[in-house]
Design a protein around this ligand. Structure first.
Ligand code: 2E7
Ligand code: F3S
Length: 333
């Protein structure tokens, strides 16, 4: 059970020695919900197996659950049998992946988050105008590979301010920046400031690339961190936004902060001498995993969690159009 407190959240002196603070918002964002429901409905409609290119979202429990229902996760399109159905993950794919899929005669369902698609459009627009595009993000992340693939001749990756002195562009007056959607807001501001110092005519993206869910979860963890002896972030190791939450918690004053995939990864020793535990979860994390952590804390004498609200979210995305069309044709929409 949780009780609610509004902002600002501070522990009053009469608070018991122990407290559990629960960030709100946390967990699933609109893009993850849409992607997971897409695979579930595809399984329902077409039957197993449904192939999924890469992890649909970066959470090992979500992937294991869908696997148990008949989803087959592959790394590359070449692993999908000709003519089969394949879902593209929420992180997006490059045009090259669309081409390979078409060549293989695959039926594709694109679960790319619409907020990533927006960044792809921005990349194409800047490239069409022949700008050099500095994409701020983490090398090897699927989202970055997909976005960079929109205009490989125009885009170069910038991972941190340390990369900025080494940037080479064709014309310092025609430089724009874009970013991965799940970065630390504060670190990205630093990187942009360093880029702008070198290229004062730098063009900004038309709107924020770091998405609303990333921003809200970072805001929320900042609220529950200054009072925390321990912050537990639920999320998988390859989940960029979850890993960022640990860093943001520590920056915001948490004494310690750990990421766990689920309750089984909590080390009892973390609780030694700990009065206030704060809990949050990444955008790809099912709420049941947070509930497991709260139950663990309750069993060890911590009181019911207090939800600390720092933003309201109501965004919902419609399912991919290819799936909506097939659901409608089957009379299941
Ligand atoms: C898609 C996008 O799956 P995640 O853990 O992904 P990250 O990018 O944080 O590793 O979280 C949901 C999600 C976030 N961004 C899905 Cl582009
Ligand atoms: Fe989309 Fe942001 Fe979620 S990019 S998938 S809404 S974390």
């Amino acid at each position: 059970m949780t009780t609610d407190v509004g902002m600002p959240s501070v522990l009053s002196p009469e608070d018991a020695e122990r407290a559990v603070l629960l960030a709100a918002p946390r967990g699933y964002c609109a893009g993850v919900d849409r992607a997971v429901v897409t695979v579930e409905k595809a399984l329902d409609l077409y039957g197993a197996p449904v192939y999924v290119r890469k992890q649909i979202v970066h959470n090992k429990h979500v992937v294991a659950d869908l696997e148990s229902r008949g989803a087959v996760f592959v790394e590359e399109i070449a692993e999908v049998p000709q003519g089969a159905t394949v879902v593209f993950s929420a992180h997006g794919v490059s045009p090259e992946v669309h081409r390979e899929s078409a060549e293989r005669g695959l039926k594709t369902i694109d679960a790319t988050c619409p907020l990533v698609t927006k960044v792809h459009h921005e990349a194409r627009r800047f490239a069409d105008d022949d700008y050099d595009i500095l994409l701020i993000g983490h090398e090897g992340h699927e989202e970055v590979e997909g976005t960079a693939g929109e205009a490989p001749d125009h885009i170069q990756l910038v991972q941190s301010p340390a990369d900025v002195p080494g940037i080479v562009v064709r014309d310092p007056a025609r430089v724009a920046w874009l970013s991965q959607t799940t970065l630390s807001v504060d670190e990205t501001l630093e990187t942009v400031a360093a880029i702008r110092e070198r290229f004062p005519l730098l063009l900004d993206p038309p709107s924020d690339d770091i998405c609303y869910a990333t921003q809200n979860r970072q805001l929320a963890v900042k609220e529950i961190s200054p009072d925390a002896d321990l912050v537990i972030v639920v999320g998988s190791a390859n989940s960029s936004n979850s890993v960022r939450l640990v860093e943001v918690a520590l920056d915001a004053g948490a004494k310690t902060a750990y990421r766990v995939d689920d309750v089984t990864e909590i080390d009892e020793a973390w609780l030694e001498g700990v009065s206030t535990v704060s809990v949050t979860s990444g955008a790809s994390v099912p709420e049941v995993l947070v509930e497991g952590v709260l139950a663990f804390l309750a069993e060890r004498g911590y009181p019911d969690a207090r939800a600390v609200h720092s933003a309201e979210e109501s965004l919902v995305f419609s399912l991919p159009k290819e799936l909506r069309r097939d659901l409608k044709a089957a009379g299941r929409s």
